[in-house]
Design a protein around this ligand. Structure first.
Ligand code: HEC
Length: 107
């Protein structure tokens, strides 16, 4: 009698322990995934149209830019450098993002 009660208690404890471990594991993986996601979106590079909105709309509309078609990445880079000399502020990485974006999307 006593022995079977002990056995039952033991089995229930094992189950509870298992559930606790799984819950811990799941919440751990959820937090790490959430953190990874947060980090990713923080360090993710801006897209071409984000760069354009940030760096290229102080003096003229984006229409002025996208009216140009069929330029190579190199040609866009030259234009961006011209715009910098007129006062546009854009980082080196945003510059290549934008040049690639414009060459790819405005053929
Ligand atoms: C400091 C103001 C300023 C900023 C910021 C600026 N531009 Fe300009 N942009 C100008 C001016 C002024 C002109 C007209 C110059 C001209 O017609 O020669 C112009 C004209 C242009 C043209 C047309 C050129 C042509 O040959 O018709 C393009 C394309 C262009 N800009 C792209 C950009 C891009 C891309 C950015 C962002 C990196 C940018 N601009 C940011 C001032 C600016």
């Amino acid at each position: 009698m006593l022995k079977s009660r002990m056995e039952k208690f033991y089995r229930v404890s094992v189950k509870l322990l298992f559930v606790a471990v799984m819950a811990g594991f799941i919440s751990f993986s959820l937090t790490t995934t959430a953190n990874a996601g947060g980090k990713k979106s923080k360090s993710a590079a801006k897209t071409g149209d984000m760069v354009m909105a940030d760096s290229c709309t102080q003096c003229h509309s984006t229409g002025r830019i996208t009216a140009k078609k069929g330029l190579t990445v190199k040609a866009w880079n030259t234009i961006i450098v011209n715009m910098q000399s007129m006062g546009a502020t854009i980082s080196i990485e945003d510059k290549s993002t934008l040049a690639n974006y414009l060459a790819e999307n405005y053929k």
